[in-house]
Design a protein around this ligand. Sequence first.
Ligand code: XBP
Length: 261
Amino acid sequence: MTSVDLKALIFDVDGTLADNERDGHRVAFNLAFREAGLDWSWDVPTYDRLLRVFGGKERLRYYIESSQPDFEAPVSVDAFVRGLHARKTHYYKELLKSGAIPLRPGVARLLREARRHGVRLAVASTTTPENVTVLLDETLGPEGKTWFDVIAAGDMVRRKKPSPDIFLLALERLELGAPDCLAIEDTEAGLSAATAAGLSTVITVNSGTQRHDFTGAAIVLDKLGEPDDPFEVLAGDAGSATFVDISFLRWLHARQRQCRT
Ligand code: XBP
């Protein structure tokens, strides 16, 4: 496979590094609701619908406005959402620390390989920054977060995905242009955000996003895969590859650049 200058990989977190929405964030929201004495409970279909709203605070506010019209917050809605969300973050980090949320197949291998090949790593995520560092600590060890040159997350930008802002911030902090990088995402909104930032994007779907529209992605896979656990190609051309490694990403990156010039 031809090698060109792929300089960095920019990873989404929730759903991409870890399959953590339904059994992580959703569970943490419900624990925070119960602690606050609320009879709200998000089952999986409800949460899957709410996932169309990016960002936990934004999701909470949307739920209150759309499904709890009679709810009267004891303080301003903004302050109430911030407080409840802080408790949700507490419970989410507890779940991470219990080891309940592993990395998806192939993620740890690809991160290590990227480092060996001098391909830099960054995060561009909607989630709260401490959620990212605790996930990396718990799954890769205390060194894990130092593998990433940039962690762009949460309220570091005002407009969340599908706005491109978090990817633009990651590129700015990497001091790289979009043509030098690839994004790895799992959602339609994430793909829109990365594409609007000028990035070619690899999609690894999960159970909540397999029906999203991924038109425009460089390739759509069911996972990164491993040598003994091959990916399934859902859209696009993977050549002879059966799992995502740096050689495959360099080939894909070169092909994307040819298409765009
Ligand atoms: C996905 C999200 C996040 C999480 C919750 O983010 O929308 O908001 O569901 O995290 P991404 P917070 O795919 O960009 O990583 O509650 O901390 O916002």
